[in-house]
Design a protein around this ligand. Structure first.
Ligand SMILES: *[C@@H]1O[C@H](CO)[C@@H](O)[C@H](O)[C@H]1NC(C)=O
Ligand SMILES: *[C@@H]1O[C@H](CO)[C@@H](O)[C@H](O)[C@H]1NC(C)=O
Ligand SMILES: *[C@@H]1O[C@H](CO)[C@@H](O)[C@H](O)[C@H]1NC(C)=O
Ligand SMILES: *[C@@H]1O[C@H](CO)[C@@H](O)[C@H](O)[C@H]1NC(C)=O
Ligand SMILES: *[C@@H]1O[C@H](CO)[C@@H](O)[C@H](O)[C@H]1NC(C)=O
Ligand SMILES: *[C@@H]1O[C@H](CO)[C@@H](O)[C@H](O)[C@H]1NC(C)=O
Length: 502
């Protein structure tokens, strides 16, 4: 004791006093002026959330004078089922929209109004998924794997990991065509870093595209993890699974000891007739049980004739696979309509605002535009069933969770159970018009340019931790869909922020 100089004690005491005095004001600074009510402890930092939103808006060249509304939604997991439409007997935005300046000096007016309670199904988040019964095979090029626009890593992390950098048990075999050893190592490293349990290898150089696709079955079947797998899946590099718990439940209704070839067909009736085959189309995902994977891996599916063409025919991998099963076995397609090939072009709003729960999605980086990782972020709040779930409010707003918030200024005077025909309908072929009749049911006329619908599309979403997710939706002022012909467009960009809390 005597050796410790007095001034050290004094110094320590002063430091403690300083912390006690200054600490709270530093902590409060984060929340000051934000209007954040109770439950502030949940947010990593309210100022942080506000800054993030500003950055998102700035990055997407949204002007600083916006028309703004926000709401905090508390999800309560006591609904008996996931309905196509969940009616909430409240207004979503009781105070309407406010003109707001989004400047570096002014915080965004988040969490105004009371917290709104919504009832959802049991919450099954990515960290509750055990997908060890599944292994997926993809054949692509390093260029696509690595390309700025095409890289699937962000999306794969959503359904192949627990959302926190660990594998959810599912395996992935990535066969890269025409890639160097260095590229293969780089791909392996990036997947491992993302928490994805993957095995990257070079695809067989002597095979063409359909051949490489069918060869995946053999690669999956010979994977060291084979014994723990029940379903061997072939997917495209732009196939997304938005609801893994639901996918697993659905697959497990098919006894994996028996031979099942599970998939979906195209929505294009004309293509079904052209292809003449009840085959599973690859983009929606094709699932094989072990007896089927084993059988295919031993069949001469890739046999060629003297001309160098496949004996079985098939210019596409999924068709060659079908032809092989059809010619050599009695196995037929088990059709799962909730897998989606999505062979449509144009604005997919009608589909994503239909309240359906999708098992797979496809073509979102090419034939239409969707960023599935952003859409899916909300699964880390209210679970997989909550993705694209619809909530209807008294003030004529409908949230299609993760895709859009839509307002119907003249009321919701149409049947919300019917899909809005926003996508491009092929007009070259009468048969093609039948397309959505069988796949999506009757279509409503698009409300685009009628002035009867205004839509805010998801721009970005972020997990705040502890089951909290923030979403930013945007309605650009120049968007012609939301004004009647001749009607002056609204003069501000519109921004909606939704915060989902447990
Ligand atoms: C905004 O863009 C910059 C530069 O591309 C990027 O580093 C940053 O992460 C982006 N911020 C958000 C919130 O997306
Ligand atoms: C996942 O399920 C498999 C098979 O049922 C089991 O062996 C494994 O322990 C489970 N993993 C976790 C993390 O629960
Ligand atoms: C293989 O990759 C090389 C270099 O990236 C490229 O020049 C070549 O065109 C590719 N070949 C094929 C068949 O894609
Ligand atoms: C590559 O494919 C060809 C043609 O099917 C086959 O003969 C050869 O054994 C395959 N090579 C490997 C390494 O699998
Ligand atoms: C699955 O099929 C196997 C083999 O046909 C059978 O022994 C088993 O009882 C079935 N399992 C269930 C749950 O029906
Ligand atoms: C294999 O089956 C397809 C239909 O799936 C048929 O068009 C083709 O002629 C068959 N090929 C052989 C060699 O039997």
């Amino acid at each position: 004791m005597a050796r410790t100089p007095l001034h050290r004690y004094l110094g320590l005491t002063l430091l403690l006093v300083f912390c006690w005095y200054v600490g709270p004001s530093l902590r409060n600074r984060g929340a000051s002026g934000s209007g954040l009510g109770s439950g502030s402890g949940r947010y990593s930092s309210n100022l942080d959330q506000s800054n993030w939103i500003k950055e998102v808006l700035a990055n997407n060249s949204i002007e600083t004078e916006v028309s703004f509304a926000s709401r905090t939604l508390k999800y309560i997991p006591d609904a008996k089922e996931r309905l196509s439409m969940t009616e909430v007997n409240q207004n979503l935005f009781p105070d309407g929209f406010a003109d707001v300046h989004v400047g570096s000096d002014s915080p965004i007016p988040l969490h105004s109004g009371s917290t709104l309670k919504v009832h959802v199904n049991k919450v099954l988040r990515p960290d509750a998924v055990n997908a060890s019964s599944l292994i997926f095979g993809v054949s692509t090029t390093f260029g696509r794997f690595d390309g700025k626009k095409t890289t699937p890593i962000k999306e794969w992390a959503r359904w192949l990991t627990d959302g926190r950098g660990n594998s959810n048990g599912a395996g992935l075999v990535l066969a890269l065509f025409n890639s160097s050893d260095a590229e293969i190592n780089q791909a392996q490293e990036r997947l491992t870093t993302a928490g994805i349990s993957a095995r990257v290898l070079a695809s067989n150089k002597t095979l063409d595209m359909p051949g490489r696709y069918v060869d995946l079955v053999q690669l999956l079947w010979n994977d060291p993890s084979r014994a723990e797998r029940k379903y061997f899946a072939l997917i495209d590099d732009d196939t997304f699974f938005p609801n893994m718990p639901d996918l697993l439940d659905t697959l497990h209704t098919h006894n994996s000891s028996k031979p099942y070839y599970i998939g979906t067909i195209t929505e294009r009736t004309d293509w079904i007739i052209r292809d003449h085959t009840p085959m599973a189309y690859g983009g929606g995902g094709i699932f094989l049980t072990p007896p089927v994977a084993s059988t295919i891996s031993e069949l001469p599916c890739l046999e060629k004739d003297s001309e160098g063409d496949y004996v079985l025919g098939g210019d596409q991998g999924d068709k060659l696979l079908y032809n092989c099963l059809h010619n050599y076995t009695e196995i037929t397609l088990t059709y799962e309509p909730r897998l989606n090939q999505e062979d449509g072009f144009g604005d997919p709003s009608g589909l994503y605002e239909s309240g359906r729960s999708f098992l797979s999605m496809h073509h979102y980086k090419s034939w239409h535009h969707l960023e599935p990782d952003k859409m899916h972020a909300v699964a880390s709040a209210c679970g997989g069933d909550c993705v694209l779930q619809r909530f209807q409010f008294n003030d004529n707003f409908i949230i299609s969770n993760g895709w859009s918030v839509a307002q119907y200024p003249h009321g919701i005077d149409f049947d919300t159970a019917i899909v809005e025909g926003t996508f491009e309908l092929p007009n070259t072929d009468q048969l093609a018009d039948v397309l959505h009749l069988y796949a999506y049911g009757a279509l409503r006329k698009s409300l685009s340019k009628t002035g009867r619908k205004k839509g805010w599309d998801l721009l970005d979403a972020r997990e705040e931790g502890s089951g909290v997710v923030t979403q930013v939706y945007i309605k650009r002022r120049g968007d012609e869909r939301w004004s009647r012909e001749g009607e002056a467009a609204y003069e501000r960009d519109g921004v909606i922020v939704l915060t989902w809390i447990p």
